[in-house]
Design a protein around this ligand. Structure first.
Ligand code: BG6
Length: 485
């Protein structure tokens, strides 16, 4: 199955994701000679385009969303020649035969990228099957939202499984396509240094933050039915947690890595309804200023009152030997003061300070893995300040800095989807999410939502441009922990 396919079929080909991410990513792969020769890309959506009109549509998307230094007229020209288009109303079976006709011979393999409204999942899978587009040489990539809770996710997974077995199903979490996220594995398992201290004996707690400055971004229809817990924690944050907490896999392959991740996800301690008000905080942004710009509150942006959370903070635990007693503080929010994604590993203090009598103060070590926008790994270590120490020993925390941007200055930063689309085309499932992982993620999230419902918890307002409601600060301060900002 790990053969590159000869054809790619994009559902949602005129949507926002296609314009911003998929077309620029495919172009990036094409321009670097990474797409198989002769691979054609067929777009489909409701809009009535022909091939030429779609090529013009794609050209405009590339003009708008490609960075200037990536625009190469001749590469754009040859890329556009790969594109075809077939209009389709996926809610009925009728158009699928025409789609199959348009694709023509798929004996060289077909990869499908499905990003579609949840209501169209079932009809689309049925349509593909009825038109002979679900055979053994077809694999399917699925973009979220794949359900809104465990039952609806199982329903979608069952529908997909009725036509595509798990080894041909590629569930996308675009965080796994990010270079720095993959770097967590390199850091942990490519260095002998960390593994012996990567456990409850040496680690005090872990923080995972994904903060965003954006608000609704015109996605009200989706976002208001989702909220931060389902939009960000259920997938991206739990995947980061799994990569940080997993046992060393025996090899770098899809089965070994996903086996270890799912064990972590299943070890997440369930948050009971009684605990939900103490272990979780939800918020919704009001009006305020973000990076110097005055912005509306969520309700105003939405145009109606809503109880959807745009911020969530959680104190989580992984119940296994390695992580017993180590809190994982998770938080994500929109309209925060800055955009950053970061993992902080806070080590415990040394067991005994030999410097205390001489006035030297020690800080426990901290490892910061900054995923974006900057990419670095920073270990904060104690060092002695230069001097003769007549008035006592002076110690200071200094960073051991690995800037990935500097260390790999020659390497182009790729869009996460470049990696994922190429892996889908080539059939490597390692960076895709397996069904058992998704279901473990939902089971944990659903329990939290039950708790919110049982306690009639409503999100607390926070001003846009702040780090969320003050209760989020209290969540960690109660344990003597401060969020890294
Ligand atoms: C998406 C969410 O999955 O991730 C968005 O639906 C969010 O709400 C986005 O803005 C964040 O992705 P990134 O790559 O910009 O951190």
């Amino acid at each position: 199955m790990a053969e590159p396919v000869g054809k790619l079929l994009l559902f949602g080909a005129t949507g926002d994701l296609a314009q911003r991410m998929l077309l620029p990513s495919l172009y990036g792969l094409h321009a670097d000679g990474l797409l198989p020769d002769g691979l054609t890309i067929t777009g489909t959506a409701r809009s009535e385009h022909d091939d030429q009109a779609y090529q013009a549509f794609a050209k405009e998307a590339l003009d708008t969303f490609l960075p200037e230094d990536r625009k190469d007229e001749s590469a754009v020209g040859t890329f556009l020649q790969r594109l075809r288009y077939q209009p389709l109303d996926a809610s009925t079976l009728e158009g699928f035969d025409d789609l199959a006709k348009k694709l023509g011979d798929i004996s060289g393999g077909l990869a499908i990228f499905l990003s579609t409204a949840p209501s169209l999942f079932g009809p689309t899978i049925k349509g593909l099957e009825s038109a002979g587009l679900a055979g053994p040489n077809v694999r399917i990539g699925l973009e979220k939202p794949l359900g809104h809770d465990l039952p609806s996710s199982c329903e979608i997974n069952d529908i997909v499984a009725s036509a595509f077995p798990e080894e041909r199903t590629f569930r996308i979490d675009h965080y796994l396509g990010k270079e720095t996220v993959q770097n967590i594995l390199a850091l942990r398992f490519g260095n002998a240094l960390f593994e012996p201290v990567w456990n409850a004996q040496a680690i005090d707690h872990v923080q995972i933050t994904i903060s965003e400055t954006v608000g609704l971004e015109g996605r009200a229809g989706y976002y208001d039915t989702s909220g931060a817990l389902r939009d960000m924690v259920q997938n991206h944050i739990l995947q980061l947690l799994a990569l940080v907490a997993m046992e060393p896999p025996a090899s770098f392959d899809g089965t070994a890595i996903r086996d270890e991740k799912v064990k972590v996800l299943r070890s997440l301690r369930s948050i009971t309804p009684e605990q939900a008000p103490h272990l979780t905080v939800t918020g919704q942004y009001g009006s305020g200023a973000v990076t110097g710009e005055i912005v509306k509150g969520y309700d105003e942006e939405l145009g109606e009152d809503s109880d959807t959370e745009t911020f969530v903070a959680i104190k989580a635990h992984v119940d296994n030997w390695r992580w017993q007693g180590v809190p994982f503080y998770l938080r994500t929010g929109k309209r925060m003061p800055e955009r950053h994604s970061e993992i902080v590993i806070q080590f415990k203090p040394v067991p005994h300070s030999i410097f205390a009598q001489r006035g030297g103060l020690l800080q426990p070590n901290t490892l910061v893995i900054r995923l974006q926008p900057e990419e670095y790994v920073r270990l904060l270590v104690m060092a002695k300040e230069p001097g003769l120490d007549r008035e006592g020993v002076r110690l200071r925390e200094v960073p051991l800095d690995l800037s990935l941007t500097t260390a790999f200055a020659g390497a182009r930063r790729r869009i996460a989807y470049e990696r994922l689309l190429l892996d889908l085309i080539e059939g490597d499932p390692t960076l895709f999410v397996r069904r058992d992982e998704v279901e473990a993620q939902w089971a944990w999230i659903d329990r939290i939502r039950e708790g919110w419902k049982a306690n009639a918890m409503k999100p607390k307002k926070y001003p846009a441009g702040s780090w969320g409601p003050s209760a989020s600060i209290a969540l960690t301060e109660r344990d003597g922990v401060t969020w890294q900002e």
